[in-house]
Design a protein around this ligand. Structure first.
Ligand code: HEM
Length: 130
């Protein structure tokens, strides 16, 4: 039998949507993530949560080998006005890892997903810490 994609092993559309639902609520409350004023201008508005969950879910589905369904901007364009530095990226990566732990995602899938996130660091980070 062919090996399952990461998308399948994470529970497909239902598994990924459920994880992003929890993740985005945590990101919107995370003080380290919201220390960046440009990020807080978005994440501090509760009404942004549903659309953001939709976009991050679709991005994650595609990035893990699921069907093409992402309609948002590429990772450079999505973040180029936000002055995200290395520490800002680390804060989000730590919250993603914590959420995967919280949800009981197995070690192999956890590692594979975090490797994907890490591979976008240079596209997302726009500013170096002073
Ligand atoms: C690999 C890591 C990341 C992924 C996969 C990701 C994913 C996304 C996606 C899919 C969007 C929506 C793009 C669109 O509107 O078309 C987005 C927007 C956004 N991301 Fe990220 N992101 C990452 C890292 C970060 C980090 C490190 C921060 C903050 C420290 C951040 C903050 C934001 C904010 C504030 C927006 C909304 C921008 C706006 O519409 O005004 N992201 N991200």
């Amino acid at each position: 039998m062919a090996e399952q994609t990461l998308f399948e092993r994470l529970g497909g559309v239902y598994g990924i949507s459920g994880a992003v639902d929890v993740l985005v609520d945590r990101l919107f409350e995370n003080a380290a993530v919201n220390a960046n004023p440009a990020v807080h201008a978005h994440h501090g508005v509760a009404a942004n949560a549903p659309g953001y969950k939709f976009l991050v879910t679709a991005w994650s589905i595609e990035a893990t080998g699921g069907p093409k369904c992402y309609v948002g901007e590429d990772m450079v364009k999505a973040h180029d006005d936000l002055a995200i530095d290395e520490a800002g990226f680390d804060a989000v990566a730590m919250e993603i890892a914590a959420t995967l732990n919280f949800l009981g995602v197995p070690a192999a899938e956890h590692r594979e997903f975090m490797d994907i996130i890490e591979s976008y660091r240079s596209q997302v980070v726009q500013a170096t810490a002073a």
